[in-house]
Design a protein around this ligand. Structure first.
Ligand code: DX5
Ligand code: ZN
Length: 235
């Protein structure tokens, strides 16, 4: 088994690579194929150079699935969208610390609205962002690509950063802190997920690797068997 603070693996398909004309059917299919969460990428053409979906779409897919909806805010400013997404049925809300003037306040606001809260760190962003808000976090999301687009290649340096984040979280939990999930987003595929698990991740976002293939269940099965190999190796 992986270290005791590392949570069981969760697969979170990103609907950024889904067919938006058939979104309800797509999310139902991917959950039937074994997805644990739906990852929902919100881009504002300001914090990132792309424009995607907002609370209306979250509300529209909510009745189609029972699994948690994991809203990844790539927007600036952040705070006004938090209650909107909570009302639209989000369960997890994460944001990029550079995009909020008051990180501690934004994290508290997410929990006050009944959601799990997390920070997202870009490839070049320091883990130091986490230091003074560990008790406010339910999840840490490390970007393994620069945010804005699906289908980019995994940045290998993320493996080093994942190990460092894993150590921070394990120490926090060992000192009596709450559990914190460690999520990774960008370029995750069946052929690199074993290394990513070994580096300490527990929540795996995958967009093009799943929605780009005809058989979602086959991809998710392969990902889980690669994760199991990592966990056996760590036993
Ligand atoms: C990138 C998004 C990702 C993206 C991942 O800015 O945050 O969630 O959809 O897509 P893939 O898995 O194709 O890299
Ligand atoms: Zn994302």
């Amino acid at each position: 088994m992986p270290d005791s603070a590392q949570l069981p693996a969760r697969i979170a398909p990103s609907i950024l690579s889904a067919d938006f004309a058939r979104l309800g059917e797509e999310v139902r299919n991917v959950v039937a194929a074994g997805a644990d969460w739906i990852h929902f990428d919100v881009m504002d053409n300001h914090y990132v150079p792309n424009l995607t979906i907002g609370p209306l779409v979250c509300e529209a897919i909510r009745p189609h699935v029972d699994v948690p909806i994991d809203v990844h805010l790539m927007v600036e400013p952040v705070d006004a969208l938090i209650p909107s997404f909570a009302k639209a049925g989000a369960n997890v809300i994460t944001f990029h610390p550079e995009a909020s003037r008051h990180i501690d306040r934004s994290l508290a606001l997410i929990r006050e609205n009944g959601c799990k809260a997390g920070l997202v760190l870009n490839p070049g962003a320091s883990l130091d962002w986490l230091t003074h808000v560990m008790d406010r976090l339910d999840i840490v999301l490390l970007m393994s690509v620069n945010p804005g687009f699906g289908g980019q290649s995994f940045i290998a340096q993320t493996l080093v950063k994942l190990r460092q984040a894993r150590a921070l979280i394990t120490r926090h939990v060992a000192n009596g802190g709450q559990p914190i999930a460690l999520e990774v987003d960008g370029g995750v595929k069946a052929d690199n997920i074993r290394l990513i698990r070994e580096a300490g991740a527990d929540t795996f976002v995958a967009g093009s690797a799943i929605f780009g293939k005809p058989d979602y269940a086959a991809v998710i099965r392969e990902m889980r068997s690669q994760i199991a190999l990592a966990d056996q190796g760590a036993a």
